[in-house]
Design a protein around this ligand. Structure first.
Ligand SMILES: Nc1ncnc2c1ncn2[C@@H]1O[C@H](COP(=O)(O)OP(=O)(O)OP(=O)(O)O)[C@@H](O)[C@H]1O
Length: 453
């Protein structure tokens, strides 16, 4: 099997195992905060174990405490201290859950992670019996509700019918399984899972400031400025890099899109909805996994669509679409526009090629030399992500590093610009002309004929 060069960068399975071993066994390295959390979790585990009854069967997912969050320096260095557990037995329990053999068939069963063990009564209380006022929205998996647990913690509760058999059922379990394995500041966390009567319920971290698409549409909050958009793009690239490179097995999200990016109060991003996620092949040497095409129109990697071969680079392609969306404000497909503008990436890449990236810039964004240059650079990165052949696309880690550089340049230019603001205010046309002329060559724009909607 042919190996893609990027996959060589991934750790071998033995290296991955070694990492897991160290992480799970090395509780002594935790910070005080985490030790405190570990202590309270231990207390919780003891009490939860006592609560096991004939009616409720607990699937214990294992105590996986975050040892630290992702820290990234301006130089683009990553420090991940991922999950760990304090005891081997917890790790074994977690592994058991991972296999899904431990989904027991009882009237109600639950799995929990971190915050508590959930019964259906807890969920009824939290969501006020799934009241309409608490309904957040509808998705492919069913209805989502906001809830408040007894300890005050806000959660999002995804509720779906159990009769969702076969394909959907496996997607539902896939979402839970994947979410339960990951822990990252920029990924929505799974708190618990519950089967009750004919329903499946998952409880995830509540992220209360709408999704990225809503922000770009102006439905939620104020207009996101370029600096905020850059931060959000960086957050997403970190989350996806983590999925691709730092989980036990590489995870391909498969549905990167603006509506799956949830925004925090501080305007940072958390990647959600792993319903389509699928664990990559266990064989670290495998270059792809063959699968039925899933994803959202407008974001789909054309090579994946044609070959059914899924790799991390399919996420990179979708991320390229998302970057274009963030810079232009437009949806990937704009049916009401003239024909030449309907596929946003084609239109934007044409503008870029012609040195007119600024014309593709979201009209809601404030114009400035720094902002114009940042938009152009992000579009240039998007161009690389959107390469028709996956070998030509950068890894997500590279995307993160490039975005860090763009953000750094943006800040520096913005600072120097503000000191010269008096001058710029007097000569706005000249300034705008200057920034419009930042041009670069795109070698093979004809390739974009192959970009599918
Ligand atoms: N953890 C969460 N916190 C807050 N809101 C959420 C959370 N998860 C989902 N939502 C919101 O609930 C709605 C439905 O989300 P869901 O993930 O089920 O479907 P979707 O992503 O909109 O669609 P699809 O399933 O087709 O991708 C969306 O508006 C989303 O913003």
């Amino acid at each position: 099997m042919k190996k893609s060069p990027e996959l060589h960068k991934f750790r071998t399975s033995s290296q991955r195992k070694e990492k897991s071993h160290v992480q799970y066994g090395d509780a002594g390295n935790s910070t005080n905060r985490h030790n405190l959390k570990s202590h309270s979790t231990l207390k919780f585990i003891k009490s939860a174990t006592k609560k096991v009854s004939a009616i409720f069967t607990i699937i214990f997912l294992g105590k996986r405490k975050a040892t630290s969050k992702l820290a990234v320096s301006d130089a683009g260095r990553y420090n991940y201290l991922a999950r760990e557990g304090s005891s081997e037995s917890n790790y074994k329990s977690f592994s058991k859950f991972k296999s899904f053999n431990s989904f027991v068939s009882s009237s109600t069963s639950s799995g929990q992670l971190g915050t508590g063990n959930f019964s259906i009564e807890d969920i009824y209380k939290a969501t006020e019996k799934f009241s309409l006022e608490n309904k957040i929205g509808e998705g492919g998996f069913g209805t989502v509700y906001k809830g408040r647990l007894e300890d005050g913690c806000l959660v999002a509760v995804k509720r779906t019918k159990k009769n969702m058999q076969g394909k959907h059922m496996s997607e539902f379990k896939n979402e839970i399984l994947t979410l339960s394995k990951i822990e990252h500041l920029n990924l929505v966390r799974l708190y618990g899972y519950l089967e009750h009567a004919d329903e499946q319920i998952i409880i995830v971290e509540y992220v209360g400031n709408g999704n990225l698409r809503e922000h770009l549409d102006g439905i939620q909050g104020n207009v996101l400025e370029i600096a905020e958009r850059l931060d959000i793009a960086i957050d997403i690239s970190h989350a996806v890099t983590y999925l691709h490179m730092y989980t036990d097995h590489p995870i391909i999200h498969r549905d990167i899109k603006t509506s799956n990016i949830l925004i925090t109060e501080k305007l940072r991003a958390k990647v959600a909805d792993f319903g389509f996620a699928r664990l990559s092949a266990e064989d670290p040497g495998a270059t792809h996994i063959s699968t039925l095409v899933k994803g959202t129109a407008g974001y789909l990697d054309p090579e994946y669509v044609m070959t059914f071969q899924l790799t991390e680079k399919s996420d990179v392609y979708s991320f390229g679409v998302l970057l274009v969306e963030m810079m232009t404000g437009r949806h990937p497909i704009e049916p009401k526009r003239p024909l030449s503008e309907r596929i946003t990436i084609r239109w934007a890449m044409k503008m870029l090629k012609e040195g007119d990236a600024i014309l593709a810039m979201d009209p809601n964004l404030q114009r400035s030399t720094a902002a114009n240059m940042a938009v152009e650079k992000v579009l240039k990165l998007a161009y690389q992500c959107l390469a028709p052949l996956r070998q030509s696309r950068p890894s997500m880690k590279t995307c993160a590093e490039v975005l860090w550089g763009i953000r750094k340049d943006f800040r520096e230019i913005a600072i120097s610009q503000s000191s010269a603001s008096h001058h710029s205010a007097n000569f706005p046309e000249k300034d705008a002309r200057k920034s419009r002329r930042i041009s670069f060559e795109i070698e093979d724009a004809d390739n974009y004929k192959f970009i599918s909607a």
